[in-house]
Write a protein that binds this ligand. Structure first.
Ligand SMILES: [Zn+2]
Length: 307
């Protein structure tokens, strides 16, 4: 969802996948606004959005929202028979917002169920307000599941340790022996949960590391920088996102990014021009001076066109 101007810069209204900071913000918003509320209706308005059928959506109606949480990039709405009931009886509505999904809260949500096949995939109506899970574009990738245990969802069961739970030594342990490129390894949800394309760009830029560095071969000093950057970038983004009440926004804006989605713009640290590596359906950004000793990384798409 970006256009490249004649000057090669990118006018960006990028709809990126919500990552750890945004999903944390959505969970915090729901915890604040939905906890203690009774579910009045659950409308499924997309054929493929729900990956489970037992318990059915109707099983949520009449129950109470106990709170909301996050597993990696999955949002978890915890729904109890009553606030006093045993948590073992809770049901979980797990939502993965994928590339173009978002959660939009409304204080006065419509009682009319959304149209099938439209931009709203799922609506949860509460006694006061409620939310829609929306998805822009034609590729329908947003996924929801209603389960008794979050680990029934394969994507949750496979998650590695949460990014924010990693201190320097545990990060070192995780990366040890990894032969993949650093960018790929830290965005692999089975290795580390919560980091995607945008925040990995930011973390690697702050850590002054090449996205193509071999993950298992970082020096002690590089590992120190990566660990510090990982926590500081994500923590700052969580603080910004939670403050922004993102569930009231349309969600297409991220603030505070220094390198991601800024191809052609100056690096805020050194002033060099931010470069990009493009693939068929995505791209990532980096600063040559800060991260790769001034070298430009091979752009797969361009080299394929040249061949
Ligand atoms: Zn730079």
């Amino acid at each position: 969802m970006s256009t490249i101007s004649a000057a090669g810069t990118r006018a960006c209204t990028l709809v990126g996948m919500p990552e750890l900071p945004e999903v944390t913000a959505l969970a915090a918003f729901l915890t604040e606004h939905a906890t203690g509320q009774r579910i009045v209706a659950v409308n499924v308005a997309s054929l493929n959005v729900l990956s489970t059928y037992d318990p059915p959506p109707s099983a949520l109606v009449g129950r109470i929202v106990r709170g909301a949480g996050r597993y990696g990039k999955f949002l978890d709405l915890v729904i109890a028979p009553s606030l006093e009931s045993d948590p073992a009886e809770d049901l979980h509505l797990l939502i993965h917002l994928a590339r173009a999904g978002w959660l939009r809260w409304s204080d006065s949500i419509s009682a009319v169920p959304p149209k099938m096949g439209g931009p709203i995939a799922l609506r949860v109506r509460l006694a006061n307000g409620g939310f829609d899970i929306t998805e822009a574009g034609t590729k329908k990738l947003v996924a929801a599941a209603i389960v008794r245990d979050p680990n029934e969802v394969p994507g949750v069961a496979r998650l590695g340790p949460d990014a924010l739970s990693l201190d320097r030594d545990s990060l070192g342990q995780i990366l040890k022996g990894q032969t993949g490129r650093l960018k790929n390894v830290i965005t692999n949800q089975t290795v580390i949960a919560g980091i995607g394309n945008a925040y990995s760009d930011e973390i690697l830029h702050t850590a002054k590391l090449s996205p193509f560095a071999t993950a298992g071969k970082l020096t002690t000093v590089e590992l120190d920088r990566l660990s510090t950057a990982l926590i500081s970038v994500l923590t700052a983004a969580v603080d910004r996102s939670v403050g922004a009440e993102e569930a009231r926004l349309k969600g297409e804006k991220r603030t505070g990014l220094r390198v991601h989605a800024r191809t052609g713009l100056p690096c805020p640290v050194c002033g060099d021009v931010i470069a990009e590596v493009s693939f068929a359906d995505r791209s990532f950004q980096y600063c040559p001076t800060c991260q790769t000793g001034g070298r430009h990384l091979a752009d797969r798409r361009m080299s394929r066109l040249v061949k």
